[in-house]
Design a binder for this molecule. Structure first.
Ligand SMILES: [Cu+2]
Length: 487
């Protein structure tokens, strides 16, 4: 709060400067001591350090504002949306979200926007930290192979979204054109141990969630606000496993969290943590002891919390289907000493794995198979990903099943006895009493819809060669034959 105390003055100062201008006395012409803070002549200049998510540039150590040069290049690049799924992202600086920009209040920013010559589209940038029409958009409209320059004075401290505002605006944003700019208050932010950059966005693809191949943008779904993917940092798993963000017990973590949208509002939450402080909408003031905070599309917040116990803390949008079925799942891994007085139990990493979007009760239209000649090893590798997204939830990570509910796939005599039966089980679902390794099961396995024949071959090749099973591969032809026979 204190750090931002100067902010309410800005309006007054602006009024003051207008008066000065009207009196024929331009701001900045005064001596340094009497001039409004924002109009002091700046000394020196520096080039901004930019970082790709989840990293944040180092805190600003200067005590005076200066001229900061930001060089940001727009690149249209094919990248990974999910395993086996690619997307042509439009990026600021080669990442989604775009490069994190960190400046200080009253800095004068010289902004250079470069549109790479290989790009196909014109782009620009609207920074919410800019006071001025369009937030820089009109001044920065740039064709491929060109560059634009404009400058602005950072009057207001805070955490701001920037995004592309070139028509069709929604499409540019949906393709990943957003990021965060932090304007530190005079005196900086209180020091913390770890700072990270997390930004949510919703994605609209022609194919359903997980459908492999290069997926084009789907304007119809975007208009209806029905995303296939809701993601942190631009891809499924961008903050999971080896990509998880980390901290040690006793450290204070600050997350700069943005929401690029284009459509959805985020209910940002970290499972098993309480935010000690939330600077809602990136404002100077903060609320305390908050469980879930709303982050509007085109808005940001920063949250701070001390981590007291070790474990894997799951970062979610608490509109929870987005987390378990559309990809909005990240992880903060905390290492260090347990503290049984705060938390007694052990946490199992596996509980919170994404479930994918493919499980539905009714079989629907099926996607055309990708004609594929794959080796057994390829199928096993691809099948593992499908297993860990779709089948895992019931049959468990090591295929052990759940007694009385979900039969084991590990060492399963039932599975290995009949290839065609297992193919039909996956594509049509299966129910009724069965016996697996001498145990009776009588449950319902829903049909796995929106799965390609190729992926059925992959996942069954994987289970037939994992968890103690060993068998031959399931081919695309076998899946197609089983499907045709059924009809
Ligand atoms: Cu653009």
């Amino acid at each position: 709060m204190r750090l931002f105390a100067v902010k309410p003055l800005v309006g007054t100062l602006l009024g003051f400067s207008t008066l000065l201008s009207l009196a024929g006395c331009p701001p900045g012409a005064d001596t340094a001591s009497k001039a409004p803070v924002y109009s002091r002549v700046l000394k020196g200049s520096e080039v901004a350090v930019l970082t790709a998510p989840p990293l944040v540039p180092p805190p600003i150590k200067r005590s005076q504002p200066t001229k900061v040069v930001v060089n940001l290049e727009v690149k249209e690049e094919k990248g990974r949306l999910a395993d086996g799924v690619e997307y042509v992202f439009w990026t600021y600086g080669g990442s989604v979200p775009g490069s994190f920009i960190r400046i200080r209040q009253y800095d004068e920013v010289e902004f250079n926007l470069q549109n790479h010559p290989d790009n196909k589209m014109p782009h620009n940038i609207d920074l919410h930290a800019v006071t001025g029409a369009g937030g820089g958009a009109a001044s920065s409209f740039t064709a491929p192979g060109h560059a634009s320059k404009f400058s602005f004075k950072a009057l207001n401290a805070g955490l701001y979204v920037y995004h592309c505002a070139t028509a069709p605006v929604g499409m540019h944003i949906a393709n990943g054109m957003y990021g965060l700019i932090l304007v530190e208050p005079e005196g900086g932010l209180p020091p913390v141990d770890k700072e990270y950059y997390v930004m949510q966005g919703d994605f609209y693809t022609k194919g359903a969630y997980g459908e492999v191949g290069v997926q084009p943008f789907d304007m119809g779904k975007a208009l209806q606000e029905r995303p296939d993917y809701v993601l942190f940092n631009g891809s499924v798993g961008a903050l999971v496993g080896d990509n998880a963000i980390t901290a040690e017990v006793g450290e204070t973590v600050r997350l700069f969290v943005g929401n690029g949208g284009p459509n959805l509002v985020s209910s940002f939450h970290v499972i098993g943590e309480i935010f000690d402080k939330v600077h809602q909408e990136g404002s100077a003031s903060f609320g305390e002891n908050i469980q879930t905070t709303l982050i509007p599309a085109g808005g940001a917040a920063w949250v701070e919390f001390k981590v007291d116990v070790p474990g894997t803390f799951i970062i979610v949008d608490h509109s929870i289907f987005r987390t378990f079925n559309k990809g909005a799942l990240g992880m903060l891994k905390v290492t260090g000493e347990e503290n049984k007085t705060i938390y007694s139990g052990k946490q199992e990493d596996g509980i919170y794995l994404p479930e994918g979007g493919a499980i539905q009760e009714l079989p629907g239209e099926r996607a055309k198979p990708v004609p594929a000649q794959r080796t057994k090893d390829e199928r096993i590798a691809m099948g593992e990903r499908i297993y860990q997204t779709i089948c895992f939830a019931c049959h468990q990570s090591k295929g052990q099943g759940v007694p009385g509910a979900f039969p084991p796939l590990a060492n399963s005599d039932y599975l290995m006895a009949d290839k065609e039966r297992s193919i039909l089980g996956v594509i049509n679902g299966q129910s009724g009493p069965i016996e697996v390794n001498g145990q009776r099961f009588d449950g319902v396995m829903p049909a796995v819809t929106n799965i390609t024949d190729d992926d059925v071959a992959n996942v069954l090749t994987y289970v037939r060669n994992s968890f103690g099973n060993s068998g031959d591969m399931v081919t695309l032809a076998e899946v197609q034959a089983a499907r045709a026979k059924k009809k």
